[in-house]
Design a binder for this molecule. Structure first.
Ligand SMILES: C[S@@+](CC[C@H](N)C(=O)[O-])C[C@H]1O[C@@H](n2cnc3c(N)ncnc32)[C@H](O)[C@@H]1O
Length: 237
């Protein structure tokens, strides 16, 4: 199915619908949750962080974005809202989650569809390490990425390894759960060795860890031009 061009009327209609679905999700929760007490609140990105993420995607003029980890769909709806909030030539949101149909009973993807965002979204039901390698193979490029998939160190590191080849020089990568040592440590390699620059203040007002005060979201800008460091320049991190 060719999804372009998105005409102006349709874009505005979808935009209105996404905003309604987002509100409904916050107020009523999803139509289905896993059978754990408070699972939705524990797993999904909180509304205020979603709003900050949406605003950053809009401010950066992002047209193409890769998201890892769909689950209940709160962050995906926020990103989708950003993509249809202003006219864009070819908005595209590639969403990767190997467990969406099984563990998550398709609940996030159904929200994307009922909001009309399936016109600008593609769901890839593979682990990110495979999906991202496939995107690299296809020569796919994006303006931005949002990473909230597996939180194991080696999988976050692998996500960032491939995203470096997908996100254009000067583009941005945002990660959730920076407050987890496994996630934080993976990011620190790219900050200390690959020239990824932390974007200060963009998530002021977002959720913080009450114990340490650390914020959960972290935004990084990739160097432009990109470069390949020499192995003997390695900086322990
Ligand atoms: C914390 S949840 C994401 C929450 C989501 N951002 C939201 O707002 O509802 C983590 C997600 O990562 C997915 N995931 C786990 N391992 C993955 C992998 N190897 N590749 C991609 N996604 C993965 C899980 O299925 C789950 O949907």
């Amino acid at each position: 199915m060719d999804i372009w061009p998105i005409d102006e009327e349709r874009r505005k209609r979808v935009h209105d619908r996404v905003r309604i679905e987002r509100r409904r999700l916050v107020l009523d929760g999803p139509r289905w949750t896993r059978d754990y007490e408070g699972d939705f609140q524990r797993v999904t990105l909180p509304e205020r962080d979603c709003n900050l993420l949406r605003d950053l995607v809009v401010a950066e003029g992002v047209e193409t974005i890769v998201e890892i980890g769909l689950a209940y769909g709160s962050s995906a709806l926020a990103i989708g809202e950003a993509l249809v909030s202003v006219p864009r030539k070819r908005p595209l949101h590639v969403i990767i989650d190997p467990l969406q149909e099984t563990t998550w009973s398709n609940v996030g993807w159904e929200l994307i569809r009922s909001s009309g965002l399936d016109a600008t979204s593609r769901l890839v039901l593979q682990p990110s390490s495979q999906a991202l390698a496939g995107l690299v193979e296809q020569g796919f490029t994006a303006d931005a990425a949002f990473v909230d998939g597996s939180h194991r160190f080696h999988e976050v590191f692998t996500d960032l390894y491939f995203l470096r080849k997908i996100v254009r020089p000067g583009g941005i990568v945002v990660l959730d759960d920076y407050w987890w040592p496994s996630v934080r440590t993976a990011i620190h390699y790219f900050e200390s060795n690959m020239g990824w620059l932390v974007m200060p203040d963009v998530f002021d007002g977002g959720t913080t860890d009450p114990a340490t005060g650390a914020g959960r979201l972290r935004a990084l800008r990739l160097p432009d031009p990109s470069f390949e460091p020499s192995f003997d320049d390695f900086r322990p991190f």
